[in-house]
Ligand binder design. Structure first.
Ligand SMILES: Nc1nc2c(ncn2[C@@H]2O[C@H](COP(=O)(O)OP(=O)(O)OP(=O)(O)O)[C@@H](O)[C@H]2O)c(=O)[nH]1
Ligand SMILES: [Zn+2]
Length: 383
């Protein structure tokens, strides 16, 4: 790859950018240059062989140093990956600040256990978790307020929206619902609203199928045009064709990663860690300590966690599942083949199973704009 100094609009020695998409061995890097149009800032890059030899993975969200920019051909080479602030392994995203967990308040019916599974999975990443309930047009004010009180008791501050009506529902001090435009940036930046929550952060969007994630992303970033399931109800199989993570700019500031999701997240954490993923339990730990340091919070004496909180039975249920999961892994004769080592936040190593089948996997959405795949194909053809 040759540089063309005469076309270099910058004349700088070190170019830093963010990887916004990864596919095969190609990386779309958006350079941090203010003076150039966003579309001109993107270079299709390869990874320097030294990085390959070092086994240095390049992830979406990584800040990287790019060398030998070819401004005409829009190509470059990644020479260095800057230290990551956070790292998610599934989906692979670096430097994300938060997870936006989207659920529907109705259709499909909101259910505490299913929601908790996703919450636990989201909490286990160590990232901030923001819970957003969509389809609020389908429920009464009473139902909305009931869920709000419940979720506040769980330790979450939920956002209530309806993508269909374009409204966001906030609650004032008199417990009255106030409706506002969901996408009116001017109106919403002063309080805790969805746009406020997303502004200037890197957010990974997650949630089960059919809750309106694609619909929401389409409204947030109208230029994307992600396909939405038809109202006939059949969530068209095969509409997710390519499987890669991509970061998108929010017009109001910030980046959004739309990721291939799981409908039934695995409770694959260490059983003794599980309690940390329940904010209610963490709050109880602030009041005191369990008598036993290895308390499982089931039937041990002087346990501060056991008690009369709504999700305690869910904790017990998940604990059984997490224990069974660990036992199943330990009994695997050929552990090597079925688990892989995952580095969690804080550098702790944890074994996690490789996905056994593609049943719970789904590919990311297909976009109608030019994708990285097209770019890669162009690239290969030219070469
Ligand atoms: N009533 C109502 N329906 C909605 C709303 N938002 C989305 N829907 C409908 O819910 C269905 C699913 O929406 P999608 O956006 O495809 O859901 P998704 O979460 O992206 O689903 P997957 O792509 O399968 O993960 C569609 O029929 C939408 O029209 C809403 O605010 N209110
Ligand atoms: Zn305990």
């Amino acid at each position: 790859m040759s540089s063309t100094p005469s076309n270099d609009p910058l004349n700088t020695t070190e170019l830093v950018g963010t990887v916004v998409a990864v596919q095969a061995n190609f990386y779309q890097v958006e350079l941090e240059i203010q003076r150039v149009l966003p579309s001109e800032r993107i270079l299709l890059c390869t990874r320097r062989s030294l990085l390959k030899k070092m086994g240095q993975q390049v992830m979406v969200g990584d800040r990287v140093v790019v060398e030998e920019p070819d401004w005409l051909g829009k190509r470059g080479a990644i020479a260095q990956v800057l230290p990551r602030i956070t790292e998610l392994s599934r989906p692979p995203v670096a430097n994300a600040n938060q997870i936006l967990l989207v659920f529907a308040i109705a259709e499909p019916e909101l259910e505490a256990t299913a929601l908790s599974r996703f919450l636990v999975k989201a909490e286990s990443t160590g990232l901030e978790v923001c819970l957003c309930l969509n389809k609020c047009d389908l429920v009464s004010s009473e139902e909305l307020l009931e869920w709000r009180d419940r979720l506040l008791n769980w330790g979450y501050y939920p956002l209530f929206i309806s993508v269909n009506t374009g409204l966001e529902y906030t609650v004032d001090s008199d417990h009255k619902i106030i409706q506002k435009s969901l996408f009116d940036a001017e109106n919403t930046f002063k309080e805790k609203t969805l746009l406020h929550q997303l502004k200037d952060k890197t957010t990974v969007i997650s949630g089960p199928s059919g809750v309106g994630k694609s619909s929401l992303i389409n409204q947030l970033i109208p230029s994307l045009n992600i396909r939405v399931a038809t109202v006939s109800g059949k969530l068209g199989r095969g509409r997710h064709t390519t499987r890669h993570v991509e970061l998108f700019h929010l017009p109001t500031g910030g980046l959004l990663a739309d990721t291939p999701g799981f409908n039934q997240p695995e409770l694959d954490c260490e059983p003794q860690e599980l309690v940390d993923y329940f904010p209610e339990a963490k709050q109880r730990f602030q009041q005191g300590k369990c008598q036993f340091s290895d308390c499982s919070h089931r039937d041990e004496p002087n346990c501060v966690v056991r008690g009369d909180w709504e999700r305690y039975p869910i904790y017990l249920d998940f604990l059984e599942t997490a224990i069974a999961y660990q036992e199943a892994i330990q009994q695997q004769p050929d552990v090597e083949r079925n688990v892989k080592s995952k580095t969690k936040l804080g550098g702790k190593q944890q074994l996690e199973p490789k996905l056994a089948s593609k049943k719970y996997r789904r590919s990311s959405r297909r976009f109608q704009h030019q994708t990285l795949q097209d770019l890669c194909e162009d690239f290969s053809e030219e070469d």
